[in-house]
Design a protein around this ligand. Structure first.
Ligand code: NAD
Length: 351
């Protein structure tokens, strides 16, 4: 065994019902005396409760998917205008992404309180969208200094969104098995992430109001983000990045639809990864396990349901080819990508 692995410096607190006290402790630890709270309107009420004990200078609710550049500029101006010295973000990946955009230029520390399973809180990756072009980068300044996971805050996440978001996390795990910088630690994290998500997803569908499944999901989402953050983007993430950026498709649903197609494409050329994924899903093969899980939770099936047109399929092929990792387990060809995208577009069963 020979590998290099970087563990990112970050505090993590888990505890259902404990967000308020945990956030206060983390902000105190950072010496935050002027906190800007970032939360979308859907999480604004929760954010007010969670941050009730903090020295808050303003609540910023102007959040948008994929962090448009104008949205980032307005949040940066708010942080500046209010003299903020710390950020607390409460919400999904879009909200965490906005806090990261502020941290990138202002250098402010973030305490992240995730309410979806996107996993952005555990990575150094930022993303800002200018028109149809999404730019991403890696910068240590954007890594939240602390994460507070509280499953009770995710109880309001609708079941359909929870499923899509959970499959987004599962995609982090699966793609981490063969991504460019993958190593045995990433693969161990990813395998445990798959186990947690495969148990949590059906539990959330069965009992959306119960925190047990939600807690498994948050745990799995965190592991998935650790693996993804270290292993980097594999073919799956490159495809979804192209689809999200060029055609404005919703992030989690796009990941949920594309995942089985990339698994079907790569699995025959990545037998070790395939075995690990199958074992984590407790199935004879990775694809059989994923299919079973997707059926159980009524996963999204077709990109055409989310705004991709048939013409977009051909249009996306060159962009995916440009973005595909050179060392993908299976060579990525124009025909292969076209077939994969076509199947994902129409919702065909991946084989
Ligand atoms: P999101 O943050 O847009 O949230 C999805 C929807 O759920 C929104 O309508 C939101 O208002 C709602 N919501 C969130 N929490 C809720 C709650 N508890 N109750 C009710 N509604 C709630 O989407 P997402 O899937 O969490 O994140 C996607 C974004 O995150 C994308 O822009 C993606 O690029 C980014 N992302 C970045 C990284 C990274 O490492 N930088 C990793 C993953 C995702």
């Amino acid at each position: 065994m020979r590998f290099e692995h970087e563990t990112l410096p970050q505090r993590v607190r888990f505890g259902a019902g404990e967000a308020r006290s945990a956030v206060r402790a983390e902000v105190e630890r950072l010496g935050g005396a002027r906190v800007l709270v970032i939360a979308a309107p859907s999480a604004a009420a929760v954010a007010r409760t969670v941050t009730a004990d903090l020295p808050v200078v303003a609540h910023h609710t102007d959040v948008a998917m994929h962090v448009p550049v104008a949205t980032a500029e307005r949040a940066r101006a708010a942080a500046d205008r209010h003299g903020a010295d710390a950020l607390v973000c409460v919400g999904g990946g879009s909200t965490t992404g906005l806090a990261k955009a502020v941290a990138l230029t202002a250098g402010l520390p973030i305490v992240a309180v995730p309410t979806t399973y996107a996993g952005s809180e555990a990575t150094c990756v930022w993303g800002i969208t200018d028109g149809a072009r999404k730019t991403t980068g890696v910068d240590a300044r954007v890594l939240p200094r602390a994460i507070v996971y509280d499953a009770t805050l995710t109880l309001t996440l609708p079941v359909g969104t929870s499923v899509a978001s959970g499959l987004n996390a599962l995609a982090h795990c699966v793609d981490s098995m063969w991504a460019p910088r993958t190593d045995p630690l990433d693969q161990a994290l990813a395998a445990e992430g798959i186990r947690a998500l495969a148990a949590g997803l059906p539990a959330v569908v069965d009992d959306p109001a119960g925190p047990a499944g939600r807690e498994r999901m948050l745990y799995g989402a965190y592991l998935s983000a650790l693996a993804f953050s270290s292993a980097g983007s594999g073919l799956h993430h490159k495809i979804c990045h192209v689809l999200g950026g060029r055609y404005g498709l919703p992030h989690a649903q796009t990941h949920a639809v594309v995942l089985p197609h990339v698994l079907a494409f790569n699995a025959p050329a990545a037998p070790d990864a395939e075995r690990r994924i199958a074992a984590a899903l407790d199935a004879d093969s990775a694809l059989v396990g994923l299919r079973r899980l997707r059926r159980t939770v009524h996963a999204p099936t077709a990109l055409r349901d989310y705004g991709l047109t048939e013409a977009d399929v051909d249009d996306a092929v060159p962009a995916v080819l440009d973005a595909a990792p050179a060392d993908n387990p299976r060579p990525v060809t124009a025909d292969g990508v076209r077939q994969l995208l076509r199947a994902a577009w129409e919702g065909a069963e991946p084989v």
